[in-house]
Design a protein around this ligand. Structure first.
Ligand SMILES: [Zn+2]
Length: 263
């Protein structure tokens, strides 16, 4: 699982010359996946206006996990003037799309905005930031029951809530400083376009993912762990016990050997 074993896809392609299959992090599904090479060929001629040289090699591959296609190009000769100069591998498709880190039970509207934000990030950081903030607002309103009219104020309130971890609260509060948002108190609705850098837009998206993890993923996981430990206490099967129909999961200490005391 080390980065050396599973490099970004662009790194994997660079080192995979001559191999038909390669393992790397998929830019579509975010999983460490096997890539089936569909086509890899030298361009053979110069294409004006693209920055590609005749010696550049195209790579087209498919993630066996999600079927997502990737198109990349790498330069075959060091020192050559090319988009892929210096031994770089340039991912042409998908265009710098961050991996999907949405929880499976995310509602449809929030899911669509989140996906759109990821897809458009490289082309329009402003649009991506707007979509990410819109997601934030929905999640804050629905999961934390906070409604103050302005997202700027809702974020401030959410950052005080115990449902969110301390790092998430701090990162969430940072979002309010991006694009000098606080300097425009009358223009801080979720849909307002605020000038942000690509890095700030990506940061907003990543903070949203931290909120997802705290409000969607962690509670489900904690409930599963409680069910498991309840099953062991009852001397039943470790998976979801409850043979006697008792739904009280209790708060007692973990029995020895469960490995749950390490924090
Ligand atoms: Zn994939």
């Amino acid at each position: 699982m080390s980065p050396k074993q599973h490099p970004p896809l662009s790194e994997a392609i660079k080192y995979s010359k001559g191999f038909q299959e390669q393992t790397a992090v998929c830019p579509h599904c975010g999983a460490i996946s096997l890539f089936e090479q569909l086509k890899s060929d030298a361009l053979g001629h110069r294409v004006s206006g693209t920055g590609l040289s005749s010696a550049d090699v195209f790579y087209i591959g498919r993630c066996v996990g999600c079927d997502g296609l990737v198109v990349a190009v790498y330069g075959s000769k060091p020192g050559q003037e090319s988009l892929a100069r210096g031994g770089r591998t340039v991912l042409l498709w998908p265009v710098d799309t961050p991996p999907d880190r949405a929880p499976p039970d995310l509602d449809g509207d929030t899911r669509r905005s989140y996906d759109e934000a990821r897809r458009i990030l490289a082309l329009s950081p402003q649009a991506a930031a707007v979509l990410a903030r819109r997601c934030l607002q929905r999640v804050i309103r629905e999961k934390l029951d906070i409604t103050k009219g302005r997202l700027f104020d809702e974020i401030a309130e959410a950052a005080k809530r115990h449902e969110l971890s301390r790092p998430t609260c701090q990162a969430l509060d940072d979002v309010r400083t991006l694009g000098n948002w606080g300097a425009h108190p009358t223009k801080d609705e979720a849909d307002t376009i605020i000038e942000v850098t690509p890095e700030e837009a990506r940061y907003t998206l990543e903070v949203l993912e931290m909120v997802f993890a705290d409000l969607y993923v962690a509670p489900v996981r904690a409930a599963e762990m409680k069910r498991r430990i309840k099953g062991r206490k009852d001397g039943g099967a470790p998976e979801g016990g409850d043979r006697n129909g008792d739904t009280d999961v209790g708060e007692g200490p973990a029995p020895p050997g469960t490995g749950l005391s390490a924090g």
